[in-house]
Design a protein around this ligand. Structure first.
Ligand code: NPG
Length: 374
């Protein structure tokens, strides 16, 4: 048994530019990792980096480099052992990758491709493997920073009409209270939350407290990633629950943030925490500590989306995720599209992540393909 890896670089236009406090993108730079066993079965993982290090330190070209130069070669002894035992066990893959520091998105893509392959060989779905408790998940939608309040109202109106169960507004200093006021006056009841992507500072506590009047589910990541104390401090001034995203990098940082009073809700993204095994551990910790969790999104294609939806079906995911339908992002997805049904998406039930790329879409969207045989 040998495993070959193919790194697929794709570019897919977004249906509309997505602007956040860290920048704007109109084309999604996607990397798919394919792990192929010698029976020709492929497992797939999506790397959620962006082209530039705006959300976190990782970025796409760096991620490809670290996979090629370090992560895949690190797996070599494990894959050699696999000659007798097949695709390596998910825990061994995770342990082998953990000797390299950081780079959680690149690690998650490699780990997920091998996990998907391992599950397909066993005819087991990712949802079953992770412990999914439901067959559909509630979906929210994340609304980028538009050019005007008018554009915001049009975009939110479309999502409400499509049936999304919760709206998340991207905010930053200068684009917050007016946007919230406008959306709340039109939709007084809709579950609403905001995401600042680290754009505020401790000195903005009083300003953030003004968000309280809009009856938000949560304020996501108002302060920089490493400012846990700052989040604890603003929690004493702001009544709306604080939810951490960028700050939560591992089960240990999740536990620290919870114990420290820096967060009462957690956004779990497999890419940010280094894979689905780590994501499940954080979920389990949060269930034990009665901390609600929800599944974040990174503008994934159907490959990453399928896996995220399996995760979002775990019992502790009690808030709608950023797990929107394919047409929220792309005119054409790389897989068969995920279609919203009553505000929900169906958890894939096929082996592994349950979906594969459509071959012609993969070719049409491809900018580079690299074969790595270890
Ligand atoms: O629906 O996938 C989605 C987008 C959700 O807002 C969203 N993601 O900060 O959470 C985020 C943001 C993001 C997108 C971050 C792309 C990084 C890259």
């Amino acid at each position: 048994m040998s495993i070959a890896f193919v790194i697929h670089s794709l570019e897919i236009p977004l249906v509309r530019p997505f602007r956040t406090s860290f920048g704007s993108q109109s084309i999604r730079d996607v990397v798919l990792v394919e792990a192929v066993n010698d029976s020709g079965v492929s497992g797939w993982g999506e790397c959620v980096t962006m082209a530039w290090p705006g959300y976190s330190a990782e970025y796409t070209r760096g991620a490809i480099n670290v996979m090629r130069e370090f992560l895949l070669p690190t797996l070599l002894p494990l894959l050699d052992q696999g000659e007798r035992g097949g695709t390596p066990e998910p825990d061994s893959v995770r342990a082998a990758l953990s000797v390299m520091q950081g780079n959680p998105m690149a690690k998650s893509a490699v780990e997920t491709a091998l996990l998907d392959l391992w599950l397909r060989e066993r005819n087991l779905s990712l949802g079953e493997f992770l412990g999914a408790a439901r067959d559909r998940v509630d979906c929210g939608v994340s609304v980028g920073i538009p050019d005007s309040i008018e554009d915001l109202m049009t975009e939110v109106g479309q999502y409400v009409d499509q049936g999304y169960l919760r709206i998340k507004l991207k905010v930053e200093p200068g684009w917050d209270l007016d946007a919230l006021r406008a959306v709340r006056s039109q939709w007084p009841e809709i579950p609403l939350q905001v995401d600042a992507n680290q754009a505020y500072r401790r000195s903005d506590a009083e300003h953030l407290a003004k968000f309280d009047e809009f009856n938000l589910l949560l304020i996501e990541q108002p302060l920089p990633e490493d400012d846990l104390l700052g989040h604890t401090l603003i929690s004493s001034v702001v009544s709306t629950p604080i939810c951490l995203d960028e700050s939560i990098l591992s089960v240990e940082s999740a536990e620290s943030a919870i114990e420290f009073g820096a967060t009462t809700i957690i956004n779990i993204k497999p890419g940010r925490v280094g894979g689905f095994l780590a994501a499940r551990e954080i979920h389990n910790l949060c269930v034990e500590k009665s901390i609600p969790v929800w599944c974040g999104g990174m503008l994934e294609t159907g490959i990453g989306r399928a896996a995220n939806i399996a995760l979002a079906a775990l019992p502790g995911f009690t808030l709608p995720g950023d797990t929107s339908a394919s047409n929220r992002y792309y005119k054409e997805d790389v897989t068969e599209p995920f279609v919203l049904d009553n505000g929900q998406l169906r958890v894939p039930t096929g082996p592994g992540i349950g979906v594969v790329p459509i071959a012609s879409n993969l070719v049409g969207m491809s900018t580079a393909t690299e074969l790595i045989e270890l």
